[in-house]
Write a protein that binds this ligand. Structure first.
Ligand SMILES: *[C@@H]1O[C@H](CO)[C@@H](O)[C@H](O)[C@H]1NC(C)=O
Length: 362
């Protein structure tokens, strides 16, 4: 029982790897930016939920202006950087507090612990899974329509010019498929069938988002989860540095389905879906590639369960030398290079079929 719940908790939150540029006063290149996702993107939506998946306390936010907000890192998240690259002078407010006409410029719906499947993350407590996030966006859209004087055409024009990013699925692995061996669904689902099931549900969500007026939609694949501190700890302690290849392989079955999904969705009238090849732009087990020294251990002192930072405990002083802030979530330093490459590709495999800066200009 104890060990089963430990495993559950380990996956409650989650991760990836991504990196930037400070705020520059500029005119945004798109009117708004709407964000769907999990703890890698959450900016505070879980703060008032009954859940273990929370980060609104020190040392989280130690390098963020204003301190802890609910972000699962020391500083900015990848979506904060994308907001800056798009020219916004602020990061997108969580849906839980967004109000007034600020919603025209964007809202962040991401919720730690959330996944594509509705049961994902349940063990951690409350969270907004992907379809619940879509319901929140439906509320936003009706508020936007009011702000636009109930003018359907003006509302649609606004929504179609905005950028939408979606990064979800890590919890469906870390906090569901990979950690519930006793669950009968594992008998039913091979890794390939699991990936297919997730992508089928993702497709439904994306069509719902499209139906709510979104046209420029960025899909973030999953990073090399098998390289996270939570996964490599056992290997490291056995003196075998490296990633858990089996986990990376299982996740690749999900990631490999994105390019065909994008091709299919782009048949919808005026749709412009793109894919960010997160595995390709992440440092994996080569932290030196992003100028970081330590890639296999967290910067903060973590609770064994659920792998998040211990509340109030000082983190490592040299945060720029670490890829990971806690056992699952990258530091601001580690997240910036990938965010840059998603925005402005450096290699053809970084994005498919184009990067965010081009998408924004269409
Ligand atoms: C994503 O990156 C991987 C690893 O570098 C590569 O094998 C794959 O072809 C890339 N996918 C796309 C759609 O470019």
């Amino acid at each position: 029982m104890a060990s089963a719940s430990i495993i559950w908790f380990l996956g409650c939150i989650l991760i990836l790897s991504l990196n930037l540029t400070p705020f520059v006063a500029a005119v945004p290149i798109v009117p708004g930016y709407y964000i769907f996702g999990d703890s890698l993107a959450d900016s505070g939506n879980n703060n008032n939920l009954m859940t273990l998946a929370k980060a609104n306390f020190h040392p989280y936010g130690i390098d963020y202006p204003g301190g802890p907000t609910g972000r699962f890192t020391n500083g900015r998240t990848y979506v904060d950087f994308i907001a800056e690259f798009l020219g916004f002078d602020h990061h997108m407010p969580p849906f839980s507090t967004a109000n007034g006409d600020q919603i025209l410029q964007g809202v962040n719906y991401a919720s730690a612990g959330a996944g594509i499947r509705p049961e994902t993350g349940k063990i951690c407590g409350e969270r907004f899974h992907i379809m619940a996030q879509l319901d929140h966006h439906r509320t936003t859209v009706s508020r936007i329509k009011q702000l636009k004087g109930n003018n359907d055409q003006a509302t649609q024009e606004h929504l179609s010019k905005c950028i939408y990013t979606v990064g979800i699925g890590s919890n469906d692995y870390m906090n569901n498929y990979l950690v519930v061996p006793a669950n009968p669904k594992d008998v039913v689902f091979t890794p390939d069938k699991w990936a297919e099931d997730l992508i089928g549900r993702y497709n439904t969500f994306l069509r719902g988002l499209y139906d709510l007026g979104a046209r420029k939609i960025v899909l973030w694949g999953l990073g090399p989860i098998g390289c996270e501190p939570s996964q490599v700890k056992a290997l490291r302690m056995a003196g075998k540095p490296g990633c858990v290849d089996m986990v990376n392989h299982i996740v690749s079955l999900y990631n490999n389905r994105f390019a065909p999904l994008v091709d299919e969705l782009n048949k919808l009238p005026d749709a412009k879906f793109i894919f960010v090849n997160n595995t390709h732009i992440s440092p994996g087990n080569n932290p030196a590639s992003i100028g970081v020294k330590v890639g296999d251990r967290p910067c903060c002192t973590t609770v064994a369960v659920p792998g998040t930072c211990i509340r109030g405990m000082p983190p490592c002083p040299n945060r720029d030398e670490y890829s990971f802030f806690d056992s699952y979530h990258p530091t601001e330093k580690a997240v910036l290079p990938g965010a840059k490459r998603a925005f402005q590709a450096q290699e053809p495999q970084d994005v498919y079929p184009m990067d965010i800066s081009r998408l924004a200009q269409l």
